[in-house]
Design a binder for this molecule. Structure first.
Ligand code: ATP
Ligand code: MG
Length: 455
C-alpha cells in the first residue's frame, strides 16, 4: 500500500506561453504533475485523455474562453476543480465563472505562492467532495442494511440495550463471536439516535497498516511526512456529529488506542504535523470478536480504554446459544436470497440440520450457506439436506461423543448455563446483587445459591 498522498494532477491553459512554462516548471518541482496548453483545442484533448484534479484556465484564449473550458471540464471530469486566471478588467467574468462552479480566481499577474496556495485548497475541496460521495454511497448501503432479525430472549435483550444507549452519547463496546452481527448492532444504535442524519463511519483496524490507520483517522497537514503534499481531512473529522465505529479494536496498536481514548475523553485531536486542535462531537462504538480478558492480558487491548468502555457492553450471543433465532433468520434469508423468484421452503430435515449445527461463523455463515443452497437447489421449490454443505450433513451432533468428555457433559448441564448467565447479568449490574436478581426475575437467595454453588 502507498503511504504518501497521491500526486496532484493539474492542467494549466493560458496563451502566454512564458507564464505557462514558468508556472508549469515550478509546480512540477513541488511534486505536482502538470499538463499545459496554449489554446482551448489542446486543453480539451488533454481533458479527454488525462485524469485531472484541477484545471487552471485563463479567461481570454485565442480560440475560446475560460468559461467554455470550465463547462467542458465539468462535463468531462466532473470531480475536478477549476481555478480561473483573469487579466485586468475581466473580474466580472471571473465572478460569473464562480457562479458556474469554479473554485476560485486569481488576478494576473499573480505570484506562484498565491497560485500554489489556491491549488492546495482546491485539492482539499476535491478530496472532501470525493469523501462525501463515498460517504453517501456508504449511507445508501447503510439504509439497505439488514434488519436486526431475531426473537430469542437474548436478542430481545440486545435490542433493549440498543434502544437504551441510542438515546445517549455513551461509548459502547460490542462483544461477540465473528459474524454475530456486531456491526449491525453499531448501525442500529446510530440509526436510532439523533445522529442518524450524520455519517456512520466504520473502520476495521485489522485491515490497515499502522501508519495508514493513523493518517486516515486523524488526517495530516501538508509536509507532516514525506509525500504529504496537501492537507488531508481525517475520518474523525468526517464523523463529526455522527458515529464512529471501530471494528477489531484489539488489532489497533496500543499507542493509537491511547490517542483515540484521548479524543473520546476530550473531544479534541490534532492532525499529524499540526499544532492546531480540532474539536469534534463523535459517538464511539468499538467491537471485537476476541476475548477481552486475553487481549488485555497480552497487552493488545489497553486497560484504560477498556475501563472507559465497560459501562456499556453489549454482548451478542452466538446463534448456537439462541436456537430459536436460527429458523427465524433462515426464513429471513430465504426471502432475501429468493429475491425476484419465489421464496423457497426448507424441508424439515434440512431445518433440523440448520438448528443443530454449531455455526462457528454465526449469522454470516448461515446467510452464506442458504445463499448457496438456493443456487444449488435450482428449480426445486424446497431446500433439502443435500443442498447443505457436506460437513453439516455428515456430522450430526453426536451426543455420545459429547458425553464422553467431561467438558462436553458440563456444557449440556442447564445449571452451568444458568450460572454463566447470572454472572453475566451480575457484571452488567455492576456487582449489585439485588439489582441483578431483579433483572433476572429471581430471588436474591436463589442468586446466591447459584453463584456460590450451594443447593
Ligand atoms: N440479527 C441479524 N439479522 C439479520 N442479519 C444479521 C443479523 N446478525 C448479523 N446479520 C448479518 O450477518 C452478517 C455479519 O454481521 P456483522 O458484519 O454485523 O458481524 P460482526 O459481528 O461484525 O462480524 P466480525 O466479527 O466478523 O466483524 C451481515 O451481513 C449482517 O447483516
Ligand atoms: Mg464486524
Amino acid at each position: 500500500m502507498e503511504t504518501s498522498s497521491p500526486i496532484i494532477r493539474i492542467l494549466i491553459v493560458d496563451d502566454e506561453h512564458h507564464l505557462v512554462e514558468a508556472f508549469g516548471k515550478k509546480l512540477s518541482k513541488e511534486g505536482m504533475k502538470v499538463f499545459t496548453a496554449l489554446n482551448g483545442r489542446d486543453a480539451i484533448a488533454i481533458m479527454k485523455q488525462e485524469d485531472l484534479d484541477i484545471g487552471i484556465f485563463d479567461i481570454k484564449l485565442p480560440d475560446t474562453d475560460g468559461i467554455e473550458l470550465l463547462g467542458r471540464l465539468r462535463e468531462i471530469q466532473p470531480a475536478a476543480e477549476a481555478i480561473m486566471l483573469t487579466g485586468y478588467g475581466s473580474v466580472d467574468t471571473a465572478l460569473r465563472s464562480m457562479k458556474l462552479g469554479a473554485y476560485d480566481y486569481l488576478t494576473k499577474p499573480c505570484k506562484l505562492s498565491e497560485l500554489h496556495a489556491v491549488i492546495l485548497k482546491a485539492y482539499e475541496k476535491k478530496q472532501l467532495k470525493e469523501t462525501n460521495i463515498i460517504l453517501k454511497e456508504h449511507l445508501q448501503r447503510v439504509e439497505a442494511h439488514d434488519r436486526f432479525v431475531g426473537e430469542s430472549r437474548e436478542i430481545k435483550e440486545v435490542k433493549r440495550f440498543i434502544s437504551l444507549v441510542s438515546a445517549s452519547n455513551v461509548p459502547v463496546l460490542v462483544l461477540g463471536e465473528t459474524g454475530t452481527g456486531k456491526e449491525l448492532v453499531a448501525r442500529a444504535i446510530h440509526d436510532l439516535s439523533t445522529r442518524s442524519v450524520r455519517p456512520f463511519v466504520a473502520i476495521n483496524a485489522s485491515c490497515l497498516q499502522e501508519n495508514i490507520l493513523e493518517s486516515e483517522l486523524f488526517g495530516y497537514r501538508k509536509g507532516a511526512f514525506t509525500g504529504a503534499q496537501a492537507d488531508k481531512v481525517g475520518l474523525l473529522q468526517i464523523a463529526d456529529k455522527g458515529t464512529f465505529f471501530v471494528d477489531e479494536v484489539a488489532d489497533m496498536s496500543p499507542p493509537i488506542q491511547a490517542k483515540l481514548l484521548r479524543v473520546l475523553e476530550t473531544s479534541v485531536f490534532r492532525k499529524l504535523g499540526d499544532t492546531k486542535e480540532i474539536t469534534v462531537d463523535v459517538r464511539f462504538i468499538f467491537a471485537t470478536n476476541k476475548s477481552i480478558e486475553e487481549e488485555m492480558e497480552a497487552g493488545r487491548f489497553r486497560k484504560d480504554l477498556f475501563y472507559r468502555l465497560n459501562t456499556f457492553i453489549i454482548t451478542v450471543p452466538p446463534i448456537r446459544n439462541r436456537k430459536d433465532d436460527i429458523s427465524i433468520l433462515a426464513e429471513y434469508f430465504m426471502e432475501k436470497h429468493g429475491r425476484g423468484g419465489r421464496k423457497k421452503a426448507i424441508s424439515r430435515e434440512a431445518m433440523d440440520l440448520l438448528i443443530n449445527y454449531s455455526w462457528p461463523g454465526n449469522v454470516r455463515e448461515l446467510a452464506n450457506v442458504l445463499e448457496r443452497a438456493v443456487l444449488i437447489s435450482a428449480d426445486r421449490v424446497e431446500i433439502v439436506s443435500g443442498d447443505l454443505p457436506r460437513n453439516m450433513v455428515q456430522s450430526p451432533p453426536a451426543l455420545e461423543k459429547i458425553e464422553k468428555h467431561e467438558l462436553g457433559r458440563d456444557m449440556l448441564r442447564l445449571e452451568n448455563m444458568e450460572k454463566e448467565h447470572i454472572e453475566r447479568v451480575l457484571k452488567l449490574a455492576g456487582g449489585n446483587k439485588s439489582k441483578a436478581a431483579r433483572l433476572l426475575g429471581i430471588s436474591r437467595k436463589k442468586l446466591y445459591q447459584t453463584i456460590e454453588g450451594e443447593s
